[in-house]
Write a protein that binds this ligand. Structure first.
Ligand SMILES: Nc1ncnc2c1ncn2[C@@H]1O[C@H](COP(=O)(O)OP(=O)(O)O)[C@@H](O)[C@H]1O
Ligand SMILES: [Mg+2]
Length: 274
């Protein structure tokens, strides 16, 4: 890969959770859009065989000539390309899910596109598999959307455990809240608790809003068709905060501690008791 200094080096951000329906695709599409809007040459890699990110970005445009063995597609958003991972593993065997992309494909693709893009955003499928280790191996940061309820919070531990088992350096992991309903006490208390006790939690919660769901109808990032929306502002804040935090947490420096085992239920106990 080209580039020796950190300046100008391509950055890989994975939007990942073991859980489905937590806002991974919504977040990946909006964050990739914000990167492109800021003038970064951005590639969104759609690792979910469902192809929701490709759908939301109306992929179908011209193929970009690129060194990747897969073919990236342009979108109608300047500086934003999308690469849909080919499904299926090069090898099949124990623990490999044949419907998921090949982690070796991911590595070689990331290496191949290094000089072409400034930012790569990975929209990850739910679950844990060999692909998850492949993602952990290539990502410079993991952004983990979490709905503020106890069950979702527990999924942070599943990812943290996987990182502990991972061979080799691991990227820093930054949870952020999605689908937040501030009217609900459980949501407020979980957001506040994690933000107070886990410094790596992003400050801006993405609010629940029916406008976010309209992305599926408009087929465009919310940040594009509603640039002043509170959820857009939250994504802007998250993207800006990531930039700052990645300076403080270089790749491979530390392994994540368990997020919730001791904490999630403490948060709720006073309410359960009352
Ligand atoms: N902030 C939000 N407010 C309301 N609905 C949301 C929000 N974020 C995501 N959604 C909706 O929740 C559903 C799941 O989101 P999605 O991004 O597809 O999750 P994932 O990729 O984790 O499965 C989608 O219907 C999406 O439109
Ligand atoms: Mg998704």
């Amino acid at each position: 890969m080209g580039g020796s200094a950190s300046e100008g080096r391509m950055r890989v951000v994975a939007v990942i959770s073991v859980k489905g329906g937590v806002g991974k695709t919504t977040s990946a599409v909006n964050l990739a859009y914000l990167a492109a809007r800021a003038g970064k040459r951005t590639l969104l890699i759609d690792l979910d065989p469902q192809g929701a990110a490709s759908y939301l970005l109306r992929v179908g445009g011209a193929e970009v000539e690129s060194p990747a063995d897969g073919k990236a597609h342009t979108t109608d958003i300047p500086q934003l390309d999308v690469l849909a991972a080919p499904p299926g593993w090069a090898v099949s065997g124990d623990g490999l899910d044949a419907s998921l992309p090949d982690p070796f494909w991911l590595r070689s693709t990331i290496d191949a596109v290094g000089d072409w893009y400034d930012e790569v955003v990975l929209d990850c499928p739910p679950g844990t598999s060999e692909l998850t280790h492949g993602i952990v191996a290539v990502a410079d940061a993991l952004l983990v959307p979490v709905i503020p309820n106890p069950l979702s919070l527990r999924t942070l531990d599943a990812l943290a455990d996987l990182m502990v088992d991972h061979e080799g350096p691991v990227p820093p992991m930054f949870p952020f809240f999605t689908l937040v309903d501030r009217r609900r006490k459980v949501h407020r208390s979980i957001v506040e608790h994690l933000q107070l006790n886990r410094a790596e939690t992003m400050s801006a919660p993405v609010p629940y809003s029916a406008d976010v769901e309209k992305m599926g109808v408009v087929r465009s990032p919310l940040a594009r068709f509603a640039p002043h929306h509170p959820a857009t502002q939250a994504y802007e804040a998250i993207w800006a905060e990531l930039e700052v935090r990645m300076r403080d947490h270089p790749r491979g420096e530390s392994r994540p501690a368990s997020f919730t085992r001791a904490e999630a239920f403490d948060t709720l106990r006073p309410q359960a008791a009352s």
